[in-house]
Design a protein around this ligand. Structure first.
Ligand SMILES: Cc1ncc(COP(=O)(O)O)c(C=O)c1O
Length: 385
């Protein structure tokens, strides 16, 4: 009775683990959740000053917000007009729309290895044949491998700025090189950029999409990590040739994004609240990142390797010995600790055992306690082996 694609729909591990991590006693390193105290909560006065938002709106999004997003994206070095901006109910929707636009059965799609697991899930649902390019958290992508696969792919999905999960950020030269390859190969670039503003050691290099000369592109961002995920608001900016199709797909999916969230976000962008809010949150996240780095060194120094991320929300931890990280995740949950097994982020075999650990959500004390608990579990497993 069901469509064949449903057989390709794997369960979202994140959702399952997050559900299990709901209990207050669980220390959660599992999701990509902002800190509760960092969530933007509008004042009653701000709510009252919103325009009338209760009628249907435009599929493309509210014009005032499209203009503000275009200004911001231009300032990053990606030239666009407000007409190229499509407002999304969360940037996850951009992944769905781009997948619908570009992917049918066996469409070759270049993805990073590791890659954002909910993107892999959406691409697979539409039948993609994922072509993984390894991303080394210290050295980045192998250019020859990238070029070989980009020339076979119809779509290239990259998260070059504080990647989820590896935390890797492509440097300027690497971005230019990738852009040049994509221009030669002709594959459409889909650049997913929700972590750009969470940069702890200086600004990130400009997007790859702005460096292209020929290839078509979609660039997207999100307000989930900087303001609040409950707003369900993100945006995409697209090459003019792709835009009309994406607008029709958006219309077919949900008519338009939530107007209340759109006007709230437009207000906080226009009056500078967004930038002030991000500036206020960064020290908290920087402190938590440093606390997790210190805790890892204290408790896991002999059991794992990692690079301290310059931005984003995650540590990508490589275990020195191969482990069944799914079993480790289940065992950790029994000890009130939630973490993400690395294999969920790979299309096919991973080259080693990894864990993704989120550092933004738990307090500094709980970060240390959680990492100590993880080290205890790994040592107990090693003894039992
Ligand atoms: C790389 C990446 N893309 C997209 C999303 C979806 O974000 P949202 O739909 O909240 O904007 C996430 C969320 O964690 C992400 O990590």
């Amino acid at each position: 009775m069901l469509a064949q694609r449903i057989d390709r729909l794997t369960s979202s591990l994140v959702r399952d683990i997050l559900a299990a991590a709901q209990r207050p006693e669980v220390i959660s390193f599992a999701g990509g959740l902002p800190a509760d105290e960092a969530l933007f909560r509008p004042s009653p006065a701000a709510m009252q000053s919103l325009p009338d938002v209760w009628q249907y709106g435009q599929s493309e999004g509210e014009w005032v917000l499209r203009e503000l997003v275009a200004l911001r994206v231009n300032a990053l070095g990606l030239a666009c007009t407000p007409q190229q901006v499509l407002i999304l109910n969360g940037s996850q929707q951009g992944i769905d729309l781009v997948a619908k636009l570009m992917i049918e059965r066996d469409t070759p799609v270049l993805v990073e290895a590791p890659a954002y697991l909910a993107a892999l899930q959406a691409f697979r649902l539409f039948g993609a044949q994922c072509l993984p390019v390894p991303v080394d958290p210290r050295a980045g992508v192998d250019p020859a491998r990238f070029e070989a696969l980009a020339s076979q792919a119809r779509l290239t999905y990259l998260t070059p700025t504080f990647q989820n999960p590896s935390g890797y950020c492509y440097g300027d030269a690497e971005r230019n090189q990738v852009a040049a390859v994509l221009d030669r190969a002709g594959a459409v670039l889909f650049e997913d950029d929700p972590y750009r503003d969470l940069s702890y050691d200086g600004p990130a290099p400009a997007p790859i999409a702005g460096r292209l000369r020929q290839a078509q592109w979609v660039y997207q961002g999100s307000f989930s990590k900087t303001l609040a995920p409950g707003l369900r608001l993100g945006y995409l900016v697209a090459h003019p040739a792709l835009m009309p199709h994406l607008v029709r797909l958006k219309q077919a999916a949900d008519l338009h994004s939530n107007r209340l969230s759109q006007h709230l976000v437009a207000q906080v962008m226009a009056d500078g609240t967004l930038d002030r809010h991000v500036a206020a949150v960064l020290p908290l996240y920087r402190a938590r990142r440093d606390a997790m780095d210190a805790a890892l060194r204290r408790h896991l120094g002999d059991l794992a390797q990692w690079a301290c991320p310059a931005g984003g929300l995650f540590f990508w931890v490589r275990l020195t010995e191969r482990r069944d990280t799914m079993a480790l995740m289940r065992e950790a949950l029994r000890h009130d600790l939630a973490l993400m097994p690395g294999e969920a982020f790979f299309q096919g075999e991973a080259d080693a055992s990894y864990l993704r650990l989120n550092f933004s959500h738990a307090s500094i004390e709980r970060i240390d306690e959680g990492i100590a608990r993880l080290a205890g579990l790994l040592r107990a497993q090693a003894l039992a082996a």
